[in-house]
Design a protein around this ligand. Structure first.
Ligand SMILES: NC(=O)c1ccc[n+]([C@@H]2O[C@H](COP(=O)([O-])OP(=O)(O)OC[C@H]3O[C@@H](n4cnc5c(N)ncnc54)[C@H](OP(=O)(O)O)[C@@H]3O)[C@@H](O)[C@H]2O)c1
Length: 282
């Protein structure tokens, strides 16, 4: 039997706890504040930003929602970031990606102070993560580690395979698993014998952006399968990178899409904001 890991329930529990922490901060005259910048009209980004600001409001985080037109220049965004980097009442800054093509995303990511980098994308924070001295964690892989905790899955010594090597998911996921003493293999589009490698995994994390790509043939009996993907299939339905129907019954644990990794990503973003606000007390 496959245990379906419920990201909705777990994220709710985490957000309840964050609400208490936000209240405590307010009692000490700190209002946790998160700046969320959205440039342009990308519909998916609009939904993500709405979900993030809504979660912030539920928890008691002051969400400063900044919408800028598609024509905004890189210099204007950098000025805005510099302003909020210097503002002590702001604890977290997030610029929703992707940005319009005329803006250099790396330059924007690197302009955010590592101390306010709630996404954990800044190279300084990535470096700390890879040295196993993390200051901020990328939200999606962090949320996945919370699943392991919640379901008492000890990754120590386990064979973990990550499919995908993006800076926001695959690479930091590999670092977190390694820091937790798993034996980690990172695979990608040039990997040979992917299926054979995946079939050796006790823990399989799939983040490739290809709808229902990983079926039961990639999965060892009883493995933990984490599906990060969010794709629209031909019928317009939201599907993961894992073929849920095929893997369900073979995996020991499986995250669904939706209601799996997605809500955990947002919960971890909120947690990082609260942690930064708590750090500002010291
Ligand atoms: N639920 C959430 O909160 C959340 C958060 C972030 C992302 N996502 C979703 O997760 C998915 C991945 O996102 P991402 O940003 O990591 O994507 P990305 O930047 O496009 O990276 C995809 C990675 O998958 C690899 N890949 C592509 N096709 C492959 C194949 N056939 N076999 C093996 N590897 C393959 C690529 O290899 P190369 O490096 O060789 O090109 C690349 O490393 C997307 O569906 C995205 O929407 C969800």
């Amino acid at each position: 039997m496959t245990v379906i890991m419920n990201g909705n329930e777990l994220s709710k529990k985490i957000k309840e706890n964050l609400r208490l922490r936000a209240t405590k901060l307010k009692e000490q005259n700190i209002e946790p504040s998160l700046v969320v910048v959205l440039v342009g009209e990308d519909p998916a980004s609009q939904v993500y930003v709405r979900n993030k600001t809504r979660a912030a409001e539920q928890i008691g985080i002051n969400a400063i929602d900044i919408r800028l037109p598609e024509t905004t220049t890189e210099a204007e965004i950098l000025d805005l970031i510099a302003k909020y980097n210097a503002d002590e009442t702001v604890h977290g800054i997030l610029v929703q990606l992707p940005l319009p093509k005329h803006i250099n995303e790396d330059r924007i990511t690197q302009a955010i102070s590592p101390l306010k980098d709630v996404d954990g994308f800044h190279p300084v924070n990535m470096g700390h993560l890879f040295m196993n001295e993390p200051l901020a964690l990328p939200c999606t892989p962090h949320g996945i580690m919370e699943f392991f905790k919640e379901y008492n899955i000890d990754v120590t010594g386990k064979n973990a395979v990550v499919i995908g090597r993006s800076n926001i998911v695959g690479r930091p996921m590999a670092a977190l698993l390694l820091n937790a003493n798993a034996t980690v293999t990172v695979t990608h589009s040039r990997t040979q014998n992917l299926k054979e490698i995946a079939r050796e995994a006790d823990i399989l994390v799939v983040a490739i952006g290809r709808g229902e790509f990983v079926d039961a043939d990639y999965v060892k009996e009883g493995a933990v399968v984490i599906d990060v993907g969010m794709n629209r299939n031909a019928a317009g339905k939201l599907v993961g990178d894992v073929d849920f129907a095929s893997v369900n019954g073979k995996a020991g644990y499986l995250t669904p899409v939706p209601r799996g990794v997605g809500p955990m990503t947002i919960a971890m973003l909120m947690q990082q904001t609260i942690e930064f606000a708590e750090r500002s007390l010291n």
